[in-house]
Unconditional design. Structure first.
Lengths: 115, 115
């Protein structure tokens, strides 16, 4: 069964510190992996997408990595800011041969940045 | 921000009553989606639409119906609401159905409580 698991479920860090969020997936056939940021009371917003051939991609203070062999992705946040407090959601795309294109969503990591 | 408006933003109703949620977009995107988001779960697809009057079921479609009579509007109906349908409902839109082309853009959700 296609699954996406994220860890930790929640994380509290001090402003200015770095953190890394994990996403492990068992999705086949893999197409791509995207990270979304969801502020409280808002819908998710895309941060970055990783395709099969990409290992690392940065978007400002956010750096995503992908290891397609171990089926793991991470999202590293550098020099955290209070505005980084949000849930971060990993979603993996699959393109099965016998059915439609699918998105498998993780449950998210809730990140709290404390001053 | 993508032009997506969900209404109402909050609703409390009783078991057995019909409920309709509305999603309105100003982007002229072909694809529209309804998701529900519950604690401990990833976003779960209820129904989606790939054009006017063209809709299909998602993974949790039981108890829900949808209609799309115009490109800009996608309605989600709970014919007879149950307490298990208490959730936050998100509408999303996309130009295409492939995540590597572009992400889905989400509304800010409708918080529905069924007592």
């Amino acid at each position: 069964k296609n699954q996406v698991e994220q860890s930790p479920q929640s994380l509290i860090i001090l402003e200015g510190k770095n953190c890394t969020l994990q996403c492990n997936y068992t999705v086949s056939p893999f197409s791509n992996l995207r990270w979304y940021k969801q502020d409280t009371g808002r819908g998710p917003v895309s941060l970055t997408i990783m395709t099969f051939s990409e290992n690392t991609k940065s978007n400002g203070r956010y750096t995503a990595t992908l290891d397609a062999d171990t089926k793991q992705s991470s999202l590293h946040i550098t020099a955290s800011q209070l505005s980084d407090s949000a849930s971060y959601i990993c979603v993996v795309s699959a393109v099965p041969l016998d059915s439609n294109y699918q998105l498998i969503w993780g449950a998210g990591t809730k990140l709290i940045i404390k001053p | 921000d993508a032009g997506i408006t969900q209404s109402p933003r909050h609703k409390v109703t009783e078991t057995g009553t019909p409920v309709t949620l509305r999603c309105h977009q100003t982007e002229n995107h072909r694809y529209m989606y309804w998701y529900r988001q519950d604690p401990g779960h990833g976003l779960r697809l209820i129904h989606y639409s790939y054009g006017v009057k063209d809709t299909d079921k998602g993974e949790v479609s039981d108890g829900y119906s949808v209609s799309r009579s115009k490109t800009e509007d996608f309605l989600l109906t709970l014919e007879s609401a149950t307490s298990s349908q208490t959730s936050v409902y998100f509408c999303a839109i996309s130009e295409g159905n492939r995540e590597e082309v572009q992400p889905q853009h989400f509304g800010d959700g409708t918080r529905l409580s069924i007592l």
